[in-house]
Design a protein around this ligand. Structure first.
Ligand code: SF4
Length: 457
């Protein structure tokens, strides 16, 4: 998962610090690397990139001192390609028709085939990210104007991409025809912004204009905002339901739905479908389970307590790439309040179970601190299938719910009871028609290639 941001000022006022702040607000979408690219005049792209969190990877003071009216930025959590500086984005290049830089959120599902095709025709790739195929596809169409080459390159892609692109002196946003990942447009005075989430518009004081539509390319230059379609025929959309469950910030609004409200609604549905009548109170795993726990509490009439305190300076466990770090992370970051738990029956709400190790540790931790019974409630359906669209869920072999049935999983995590919500309730809580949402990691209902044409090279 990654976050993208972009800013364009027709008057040429400097936007680099805005991009830095936008990335800062999108930090939850990726902590491995951060980068900003900007353009001075029509000719040269400059980039600043580094490993780690935004404030470590990028020098804010330096950015504030550079004058550039058009820039894009990226925060990365690797889902394809290793965690290396060479894979940090934006990816920038100068091809026959001029400079280009791309920041990408999502995973392409046909990039291996495109890469092989291009390598067989002489292309030399600089990184191991799937994003680089877009630049090479464009380079292979240097007879076309750059925007036409970009449209034609995007037409050939399958899978998930929300892009922020610098093309000459234009800022471009593009969202794949299935709408997997969010992308929004905003404005402050004469500056236009592109961002993965609305929380990044808020930080720069920009007003939300609208979502970039699935299959839409927005071209922003000194003449205004122009909209172009990616010519791919689709039969439905696949907006990621996991963005609402876990990934996006609760102060963001995605495709017209407040993430905060959806998370509370998930908890309400969970309380109705998976009650725990004997419990004394409800608590949520901080932070991603907290809002669903609030919803559960309101709907069940049981009090809400903050029974687990999170060290806010430690990164989110799901984000950490290795088992070792992940295991250590749970202990380092969460501390229960013994006085609340002692001899009480508690409902613990969490957003999801992936490998099951975190859930087991949480239940253990509750018991060690005196809870007489722990009822684990999960505000999403069981994650049984890997994600190929940009979220780092592991293989089926590592997914606890793919390997174990509910009673075995309940035993494995050590809960007195374990219940999930149904896929129907998930869809209802999000409030979009099922045919517009991706639920593949819960249902195995992946995007099929058969009804979309145009992958020919
Ligand atoms: S498979 Fe799951 S995580 Fe991936 S895009 Fe679909 S809903 Fe989101």
């Amino acid at each position: 998962m990654c976050g993208v941001f972009g800013a364009f000022s027709p008057s040429g006022s400097s936007v680099l610090e805005d991009v830095y702040l936008g990335l800062y607000a999108l930090q939850h979408r990726g902590q491995e690397s951060a980068g900003i690219s900007w353009i001075n005049g029509e000719e040269n792209i400059h980039s600043l990139k580094g490993m780690g969190l935004v404030h470590i990877a990028l020098d804010q003071k330096k950015l504030a001192s550079i004058h550039a009216g058009c820039a894009i930025g990226h925060v990365r959590y690797s889902t394809t390609g290793e965690s290396l500086l060479a894979n940090a984005q934006p990816l920038a290049a100068k091809y026959a028709r001029g400079p280009i830089a791309i920041a990408h959120n999502g995973n392409l599902t046909n990039s291996d085939g495109i890469r092989r095709y291009l390598e067989n025709r002489g292309a030399i790739f600089q990184s191991t990210t799937d994003t680089e195929v877009i630049i090479h596809l464009m380079a292979h169409q240097s007879h076309k104007p750059p925007l036409d080459a970009l449209v034609d390159s995007l037409r050939r892609l399958r899978g998930a991409y929300s892009l922020s692109v610098l093309l000459g002196n234009r800022l471009i946003g593009a969202r794949d025809p299935w709408g997997f990942r969010p992308l929004v447009l905003g404005k402050r005075e004469d500056v236009t912004y592109i961002a993965s989430e609305t929380c990044a518009l808020d930080i720069v004081g920009a007003e939300f204009i609208r979502d970039v539509e699935p299959g839409e390319i927005v071209v922003i230059d000194s003449t205004g905002i122009k909209s172009v379609r990616i010519p791919v025929r689709t039969t439905r959309h696949f907006a990621c339901s996991f963005e609402y469950v876990y990934f996006a910030r609760p102060d963001s609004v995605i495709d017209g739905r407040s993430v905060y409200k959806v998370r509370k609604a998930l908890g309400e549905k969970l309380a109705a479908g998976a009650p725990a009548p004997s419990a004394d109170f409800v608590t949520g795993m901080p932070d991603s389970g907290t809002l669903a726990a609030l919803g559960y509490s309101e709907a069940s009439g049981k009090p809400f307590e903050i029974a687990v305190v999170r060290n806010r300076y430690v990164g989110r466990t799901f984000i950490q790439p290795t088992d070792l770090v992940r295991n250590l992370g749970v202990r380092i970051k969460l501390n229960p309040i013994r006085e609340l738990l002692k001899e009480r029956e508690v409902v613990v709400v969490d957003d999801s179970i992936v490998r099951g190790t975190t859930a087991r540790r949480i239940v253990n931790m509750m018991r060690e601190n005196g809870a007489s019974a722990v009822h684990l409630r999960i505000a999403s359906p069981p994650v049984r299938f890997p994600c190929y669209y940009g979220i780092d869920t592991p293989t089926c072999e590592e997914l606890a719910a793919a390997q174990l049935d509910l009673p075995s999983l309940e035993k494995m995590v050590g809960a007195d009871s374990l219940r999930y919500m149904s896929a129907e309730d998930l869809v209802a809580a999000i409030g979009k028609p099922r045919c517009e949402l991706c639920t593949a990691c819960f249902t195995g209902d992946y995007l099929q290639g058969g009804d979309e044409d145009g992958t020919d090279l």
